[in-house]
Design a binder for this molecule. Structure first.
Ligand code: ADP
Length: 470
């Protein structure tokens, strides 16, 4: 079975968040299953990974958008060290930029990517059994292959859509239709529509053979609150699934992680974590004798990042400075500024602004607790990385966090709170502090968390079973 994953992100080529981690790992684990050939197709980015690896050109052609021709080139990575074949779609002027997101013409970019990838697969008559689309950026694929004559060779190919984040649906005005490849019968255009706009995520839900959310908990939430798509997802419920993400345990391994100054395993976790903590605390001017609470993530409302200033002030004041907090992330400029100001007021608080893969690994290893006050968390990978590194997650009870972190009061691996608020998070942090003082219990939790199996094997098989059932 030949599977093509179409995605804007794939670690280590380009990663903004969990989507990159998933697309960098899932195909690798699928390729370990006999009979499966999983590949990744993504845009070409002007980034370090692309510049420092060798690629060969496998296709050259043209697509038209709004009557303008664009040259397309598909490049294949020469070696397969990633564990899968990697294909990059390059379109000078559209898909040759540094970052996956944030450009004024992003709807056109996403459309060009999907158009060019399908044009290549059709023109080369490549064997394709499954097209696996990730998020709204590739959500038009199931519609395009059925309704555009240009992709006739792909008609009938199984399509699966994964919703990593339902907050972004990719809506665009109907004027953008002129950027689409010609459609066979305009009577089918309604499949693209939701609420008077072209909605790629809605089109994916309508047209894919099946779709899934990245946890069962998140799928249940989408059925009642999906930014206007609730009734659609309820109507299409028969082909809706929840498949929890895994983590790449080869990359995320405290015994071998090249980003860590000190490696450790379960039997050496306490010393290993203490040494890593000492390094991080020294670098950021924090006292290593205090418990360390970390936060890593985008500064966005979904992550509850706007709660951070109140969490920092309240927890430090209420405990008379008996804890340290370190935050790594970027996003909302107002929040970045507020947090920078708080570093000047509180010596117990440190901030790493920007995206820093190495530092994120160090914080997972160094922290005693990891904060996730998320409003929305489709799956959440941070809590799984934290547990693998012997760190106790403190999570709001939502989405994938519900599925992966039970509270210690019911024998679970972390601390939960229900309401999305700074107060509820701080209450959980106070419980964490008393846990920290119960040394034998804390030690047992560090050890048992490192035993959790979040590896991709099971979920990679679940996806294959899903493909086979259509
Ligand atoms: P989302 O995809 O919604 O951002 P996930 O929990 O699924 O959230 O995945 C987040 C991933 O991004 C994790 O691997 C996390 O470590 C990483 N990450 C988030 N922010 C940063 C940052 N500033 N620097 C390094 N890694 C980050």
């Amino acid at each position: 079975m030949v599977i093509y994953h179409l995605s804007m992100e794939c670690f280590p080529v380009a990663k903004v968040g969990g989507l990159g981690d998933v697309v960098g790992a899932l195909p690798k684990y699928q390729n370990k299953i006999p009979g499966i050939q999983a590949r990744v197709v993504m845009p070409w980015y002007n980034r370090e990974y692309v510049r420092s690896h060798e690629f060969e050109s496998v296709f050259e052609g043209w697509i038209h958008q709004n009557q303008t021709p664009y040259a397309v080139e598909v490049l294949k990575q020469k070696d397969s060290t990633l564990g899968f074949e990697l294909y990059l779609v390059r379109i000078p002027g559209l898909l040759d930029r540094e970052n996956p997101y944030g450009y004024w013409d992003e709807s056109q970019q996403y459309l060009a990517f999907q158009h060019a990838a399908l044009h290549w697969l059709s023109a080369m008559s490549r064997k394709v059994d499954v097209l696996h689309c990730h998020d709204s950026h590739t959500g038009l694929v199931p519609f395009l292959i059925e309704h555009c004559p240009e992709f006739e060779p792909l008609r009938g190919v199984r399509t699966i859509g994964t919703i990593h984040n339902g907050e972004y649906q990719g809506q665009m005005h109907w004027e953008m239709l002129s950027y689409f490849p010609p459609v066979r019968d305009r009577a089918h255009l309604g499949l693209l529509d939701w609420d008077g706009k072209i909605n790629p995520l809605a089109a994916m839900i309508k047209c894919a053979h099946a779709f899934n959310a990245v946890s069962m908990g998140y799928m249940e939430e989408l059925l009642v609150d999906f930014k206007g798509l609730e009734c659609l997802i309820q109507m299409e419920r028969a082909k809706a699934y929840g498949i929890i993400n895994g983590i790449d345990t080869e990359i995320w391994d405290p015994q071998t992680d090249s980003h860590l100054p000190y490696h450790y395993k379960k039997s050496t976790a306490l010393e290993g974590k203490a040494k890593n903590k000492a390094i991080v605390c020294e670098a950021f001017g924090l006292n290593p004798d205090l418990p360390l609470f970390g936060f890593i993530g985008r500064f966005a409302g979904e992550k509850g990042a706007d709660f951070l200033p109140a969490i920092i002030v309240e927890s430090i004041v209420r405990t008379y400075g008996a804890l340290n907090i370190i935050v790594l992330g970027s996003g909302d400029p107002g929040l970045e500024k507020t947090l920078e100001e708080l570093t000047l007021k509180f010596s117990n608080f440190a901030l790493g602004l920007g995206y820093n893969e190495g530092l994120s690994h160090q914080i997972y290893a160094a922290s005693d607790f990891l904060l996730m006050p998320s409003r929305v968390e489709p799956c959440g990978l941070n809590q799984m990385y934290a547990m693998r590194y012997g760190t106790v997650p403190i999570v709001r009870y939502t989405g994938g966090l519900k599925d992966t972190v039970k509270d210690i009061s019911s024998g679970g691996a972390g601390l939960n709170f229900t309401y999305a608020s700074s107060e509820a998070c701080v209450e959980a942090m106070l419980r964490a502090l008393s846990l920290y003082q119960q040394v034998p219990t804390m030690k047992a939790l560090v050890h048992s968390n490192m035993d959790f199996d979040f590896s991709w094997e099971r979920s990679a098989k679940n996806y294959v079973t899903l493909y086979e059932s259509y």
